[in-house]
Design a protein around this ligand. Sequence first.
Ligand code: ZN
Length: 280
Amino acid sequence: LPPEAFFSGRGLDRADLLRARPDRLAELAAQPDARQLVWMEGLPLLDDRGRLVWDRVTVPSLFLGKDGGKPRFSPLPDAPPTGIAFGLLGQLDGTDAPLFACALSLANWHGRHGHCSVCGQPTTMVRGGWSRRCAGCGAEHFPRCDPVVIMLAEHEGRLLLGRQPHYPPDRFSALAGFVEPGETIEAAVARELSEEAGIEIADVRYVASQPWPFPSSLMIGCTARALGDALTVDFTELDDARWFTRAEVAAAVSGEASAAFLPPPRFAIARTLLEDWLTA
Ligand SMILES: [Zn+2]
């Protein structure tokens, strides 16, 4: 099995066969152990232990699934999220992370897809919140999930890491970019590394994936072997990109104060990729 990134794991039984049964969903919502997610300012509310907060079901809009056999629903939040809320992710308990990602991505999608992309007429939620149907042309629209490649390029024992302009000071992380229509994962890894760092690569290998609900990405973590170490950094995308030795990566990941860089946070798959690379 691949290393487990934050937001991964089974999370809950999605019970997807029940989504097409409004009668069964209504019965589940009426069960005494049914609960709905509580939202605050467009994000799932967390308690002081970092767990999701649940309440009795009043508006069973989205059927998230069953958690330990107990039905889990969510209303749609009143407002879009106020930001990526990395502070919130720092508090979120890993046990609840898959459910957090599922609810947030799905709610974001509903908030942005009130009209049909085919004919422009209003759409309505169907299948327990897992699709929207257009009353005008009958088209059915499903929640989107956007693939992103995120990769470590290695050259003779050193790793290429970069800094995006919005990172905190000293942070370096894996390079990443959206997979484009008509492109394979391997081609996207090669293109992004060529565009952002000016290197050619071979041997792309899949390591692990991670749902990233801001708003709806699927991060596909890979490694690649760089054919050379001369960099041509695209400074319109990155503040910097550099090679780091195994010792420098190990010091950063273990939190040493004198480390050469600040590693990505524990909830980022880039951190999982670095930790996995160190164990190889
Ligand atoms: Zn339509």
